[in-house]
Design a protein around this ligand. Sequence first.
Ligand code: ADP
Ligand code: MG
Length: 384
Amino acid sequence: MILPPATLGMLGGGQLGRFFVLAAHEMGYQVWVLDPDPASPAGKAADRHLCVPYDDYASLDLLAAECAAVTTEFENVPAATLEYLAKFIPVRPNAEAVAICQNRVAEKMFLRNHGIPHAAFMPVNSVADLREAGSELFPGILKVARFGYDGKGQARVASREEAIAAFQGFNNEACVLEQMLSLDYEVSVVLARDEHGACRSFPVAENAHAGGILDVSIAPARSSVCQLDSAQEIAERIAAELGYIGTMAVEFFVSRGALYVNEMAPRPHNSGHYTVDACVTSQYEQQVRALCGLPLGDARAHSAAVMVNLLGDIWYDPSQPGPDSHGAYREPDWSRLLSVPNLKLHLYGKHHARPGRKMGHFTVVDADPARALEVALAARAAIG
Ligand code: ADP
Ligand code: MG
């Protein structure tokens, strides 16, 4: 076991990394963050911020010398960086698991090869591939294989012709074409898995998106119990097949009552933010525990929770003239949220708000799930 006050390494410096730093600090660990962004939210909270690219090998050597183990919060850390560090110190999750999750083709082939339910798809490398695509894939969604997030790098295509135009619009980059499912709703399972293969799933979250970005998560999800159990079983099977150690998330579609895996995230997940305020152990503390070889904590919720993302849009007042079409820039009136007693506000310390940028979130906790949702929606209306 790696015990406090050991130093832990974190590759990636966004809000997920920041919550990891805060959880590790509470437990008495120190954390070094490696992220090329000088304004990195996790870097600002860390004991040391190595502000360098992910392939700066001198800094990786320093990290390996100073840290007892290293993890990540960002799926696009080059797999080669993880493989290099693994020669010296434990790297959790392993590079291969991250490599599968960071490429939509590899990810969907993994699902297919393991008989895990997913939407019909095909890898697309050329216009010729699209000419041969089966008609069941239309209408569909064309998604770039690498570096897509928050609905970016995706195009909804009604026909083969639209798919070809979209593929060319993505500069003929490798893509997947996926059948469009009619969604009843979406859910996600966040879980932690330790080095002995023990797994603990958090309560399933139900997720609503707006403009391709997660908007609201409700936990527990309002689905039938057997459906929730099978989502957790599928997610735990995926983690086991990946040999995963750490916190990960599996996003699901529910379409005509059936579950389909959408994608996996080799890191804590936005839909698991609620675990900080509503669970015995948070997804970030589980990441620390799995990384350090500690037994996993109890993942049960002590309250129902509703999490609302705060995007940069609310920093702009469209009724007042501003430097651009979004309107005047001003700090939102946080007193409207801070005066709600069962609401927990989390701001990530990012300097500049842009429309669509995740700046913070809040979680409403309540014994009664319906009341949590009502309070959360009222709070959102008050701030938005
Ligand atoms: P991202 O990496 O941006 O989260 P996703 O693949 O999860 O990409 O897609 C973002 C959202 O787009 C999903 O949460 C869902 O709402 C919608 N979506 C994606 N793929 C499909 C699909 N095959 N059928 C229906 N909706 C989809
Ligand atoms: Mg997604």
